[in-house]
Design a protein. Structure first.
Lengths: 556, 306
């Protein structure tokens, strides 16, 4: 193959073709955004591209229909260029988009004097950047450090997404691909740099960034700090380090805009509970309260913290990315075109929905998936074990993937295909919710407290801003605690980082909070599997308790 | 000075379930207790019942069983009469194992006919067991439910097939055995699923899956005990009688292998293995045990204390 090239559309990026390398690898190298939740393992079927030119492979009949294959649609992870120039169009459903929804977070820790971290800038205003480094999304806030006002806010997709949607696939990618670690680290740094540039561009006041406070999970904190996260995925699952000394950006290798700023990375609590949770605890104010509180961080992974001002214990649940669009066939992230809420008319079994951005729906984001499950259950279309019943009428069809419910018929969807929700999708959601609920129950069991002892439940995470708590409780995502005790926090990780930027005592608080918080390893908790099994039911095996505490939420 | 003994009472009571008999037969009622077995307190209106398995289809019997039931094993009707008559089984577990494709592959209509014949040959209460092949059982249970001339129990309904089995049982007035793989939560989930279908709770028995001695019996013991404690503590979905099928004891090498001379006579080892498993189940709280060897019926009936 002599000097052939691959052209990616609509970005218009051209890269030389490398024989034996998939289109996905070319896209990753070219920096072209392409969804690949499974990390190129050919499992998710989401890296759909339209190919013109000579290629081979990528014609997976399980993921693509015959018509689509004939039209030239391929899976980028299994499609290889053979001869001549190839033009690759990334289809709308396979293209990540930006989202403003991940920005809002509440800081409940209360009003405090303004005591910024900063030193003085050499010229102009001294600026601070608060960062939330999420597995899927990066979010940032730019603050004027002279008075604490917010100057601009921005979000971006984590560019590491193309190398695996979940953290473990990325750790594996870093280990097994030549130069994988450097590539992932570079992608994270470039994502952060891009975000900071956008923050500065959008800022009404010019200035110099002197301080950055970043909250991220342990794996991302390791990548950012330039340490291999490999030990996290092997027993005993400990991170290389839990605290990250304050260093200037140039030491980390960040771009010029933050190279001279001092970077503070929130300490990690364990391999799978990172600084984002520390930051979330900080924002919730749980660490100052007398009453016992629960904190859920619902994201690509689910973390749970329990405690009060005396003690805290946290764990990471094995919850998968079902609420971030992974593992569910019709799932997508909260981009325009995603269904964000669903109601099912019990008589006709037809779904009504609202779509982000008002267009035609292409799939469902986390809150939509949650609503859909709750509504299917309430309408009696699925039973407690997560199987379809005989109800559902014309909305039920049999597919190659088994029995399915038609959420959106093809003629009303953005893609022209039916948006389907299969029994296997429901099972993934049930597994995810069981893991999250069981994680909270395991923490309660570990400290010997009953559910009634929990005075407040904070729900953090971008998804937490939008989820319908009644739907969440109806399917048992959370333990049976009265709805009135729930407090949505939004992006608490970002809010906590912002708090630390505005008040240096909060940063110290974060450091002491980390050392005063116990990490509970669920994989070595003998009671966890039983709690998990209890959760593998709708809403839960402890059905009586849900009915007595949450009667209204169960029926709507 | 007299000191009142602090006898702890349980708030719950196990639901009494009756396995109906034919004309002239004795129905079996189990459950109804509000206390654990082996302890002096509480009420135990019904003693545990010991039943026997009636196999169908070709069998490879271990030595001890070949000697005891061999002559009847090929003829379910004769076997059923013998079990309920001479051997003293209070109920029969008619296993339609012969319908399994790997065990003779008798037709579904043949299986249904066997059920009909056995039911008319003996008035003893009957539990009909499927063959274990998902696809065959899906046709077998409705056929059996229709063919049975009097109420029986269908064994078993699990999460995958519960709609079908419970539906067939509901339509013809039978009971079901609700099965789960040694897991208290799944046992409860099964009963909740049956309740959602409107299945009457007094026609449900719990089969928690019984491991033989040395092959998981202690797991079964613990789960049966926990199911019982949960039921007595007020968890209505678990306050049901428990059935333990001791067939797994006959899968143990110790019970069947004649080559180990130092282990003693294989003809004695087999029944001992089954009895020991059965005693453990009864001690854990089982209300019904199903055995394969006639001597186990006598011994376990004698030990079916409360």
């Amino acid at each position: 193959m002599a000097k052939c090239s691959i052209r990616f559309l609509p970005d218009g990026v051209i890269v030389p073709a490398v024989p034996g390398e998939s289109l996905l690898s070319h896209a990753v190298r070219a920096g072209v955004p392409l969804l690949s939740p499974c990390g190129g393992e050919s499992r998710c079927g989401k890296c759909r591209v339209l190919v013109t030119g000579e290629t081979r492979g990528g014609e997976d009949p399980g993921a693509l229909s015959r018509g689509e294959i004939a039209a030239g649609i391929r899976l980028a992870c299994r499609c290889f260029p053979t001869e001549g120039d190839v033009s690759v169009t990334i289809l709308p459903g396979s293209r990540p988009a930006r989202l403003a929804a991940y920005l809002d977070g509440k800081d409940l820790a209360g009003d405090e004097p303004f005591l910024p971290l900063s030193r003085t800038a050499s010229g102009g205003t001294s600026l601070g950047v608060a960062l939330d480094l999420g597995t899927s999304t990066l979010a940032g806030t730019l603050v004027d450090l002279s008075d604490g006002t917010v100057l601009s806010r921005a979000t971006a997709d984590n560019p590491q997404m193309a190398c695996g949607e979940d953290l473990i696939s990325r750790v594996v990618f870093a280990e097994e691909m030549t130069g994988g670690f450097e590539l992932l680290r570079g992608r994270l740094l470039s994502g952060v740099d891009g975000l900071v540039s956008r923050l500065l561009e959008a800022s009404p006041a010019p200035g110099e960034v002197t301080d950055v406070v970043a909250a991220g999970n342990t794996v991302l904190s390791h990548f950012l700090y330039g340490i291999s996260p490999s030990p996290i995925r092997r027993p005993p699952y400990h991170p290389v380090r839990k605290e990250y000394p304050v260093v200037p950006g140039e030491t980390l290798g960040t771009g010029p805009s933050t190279a001279r700023a001092m970077w503070r990375i929130f300490p990690s609590l364990g391999g799978f509970v990172g600084g984002d949770v520390v930051s979330g605890i900080l924002a919730s104010g749980m660490h100052r309260q007398e009453e016992v509180c629960l904190l859920f961080d619902v994201g690509t992974n689910g973390e749970v913290a329990l405690g009060n001002r005396e003690w805290r214990i946290t764990c990471s649940s094995s919850a998968g990315p079902a609420f971030e669009g992974g593992e569910v066939d019709c799932g997508m992230r909260a981009y325009p075109g995603a269904i964000e809420s669903v109601r099912i008319e019990p008589e006709t079994a037809a779904a009504e929905w609202t779509v982000i951005g008002r267009g035609r729906p292409a799939g469902l984001c986390g809150s939509g998936i949650l609503d859909l499950c709750a509504e299917l259950f309430r309408a009696g279309i699925v039973d407690r074990a997560g199987r379809f019943t005989s109800r559902g009428g014309g909305r039920r069809i049999s597919t190659e993937r088994g029995e399915a419910y038609v959420v959106v018929p093809g003629e009303k969807s953005a893609t022209g295909r039916d948006v389907l929700f299969c029994e296997s999708d429901l099972k993934s959601v049930v597994r995810t919710k069981a893991a999250l609920c069981a994680a909270a129950e395991a923490l309660l069991a570990a400290v010997g407290l009953p559910r009634e002892a929990v005075a407040r439940v904070y729900v953090a995470g971008g998804f937490g801003n939008f989820l319908d708590l009644r739907s969440a409780l109806a399917i048992g995502l959370f333990p049976p605690i009265p709805l009135a005790r729930f407090v949505p926090l939004g992006n608490a990780s970002l809010a906590g980082a912002l708090g630390a930027l505005r008040n240096r005592r909060r940063w110290k608080e974060a450091l002491s909070l980390a050392s005063g918080t116990l990490y509970h390893d669920l994989s070595s908790d003998p009671g966890f599997m039983e709690l998990y099994q209890r959760g593998l039911f709708l809403p839960h095996t402890d059905e009586e308790r849900y009915r007595s505490v949450l009667a209204a939420e169960m029926t709507r | 000075m007299s000191v009142a003994l602090p006898i702890p009472g349980f708030p719950g009571r196990i639901l009494a379930v009756t396995l109906p008999a034919g004309p002239g037969g004795t129905p079996v009622t189990v459950g109804g207790q509000n206390a654990l077995p082996l302890l002096p307190e509480g009420e135990h209106p019904n003693a545990p019942a010991v039943g026997m398995e009636v196999p169908t289809g070709p069998l490879e019997l271990p030595p001890a069983l070949a000697e005891a039931i061999g002559p009847f094993a090929g003829d379910p009707v004769a076997m059923a009469r013998k079990c309920a008559g001479d051997w003293g089984a209070r109920f029969l577990f008619l296993s339609l194992s012969g319908c399994h494709p790997d065990a003779g592959g008798q037709s579904v209509s043949f299986g249904a006919a066997v059920v009909r014949e056995v039911l008319s040959a003996t008035p003893a209460p009957v539990i009909v067991g499927g063959c274990g092949d998902e696809e065959v059982d899906a046709r077998l249970f409705p056929a059996v439910a229709e063919a049975a001339g009097r109420p029986v129990f269908l064994s078993y309904a699990e999460e995958k097939n519960h709609r079908l089995v419970a539906g067939a049982a509901l339509a013809y007035g039978h009971g079901v055995v609700s099965w789960s793989p040694i897991d208290i939560n799944m046992a409860k989930q099964m009963n909740l699923l049956l309740a959602d279908l409107g299945f009457p709770p007094d026609r449900v028995l719990i089969d928690p899956l019984t491991g033989g001695l040395g092959y998981g019996m202690e797991y079964t013991f613990s789960i049966v005990e926990r199911i019982r404690l949960a039921g007595l503590s007020g968890d209505a979905a678990l306050a049901r009688p428990v059935l333990c099928h001791l067939g797994d004891a006959w899968k143990a090498r110790e019970a069947t292998d004649p080559s180990e001379g130092t282990w003693g006579d294989v003809g004695a080892r087999g029944p001992r293995w089954e009895e020991t498993t059965g005693l453990a189940c009864l001690a854990a709280g089982a209300d019904l045990v199903v055995c394969r060897h006639p001597s186990s019926v006598a011994r376990l009936s004698g030990a079916a204390w409360r």
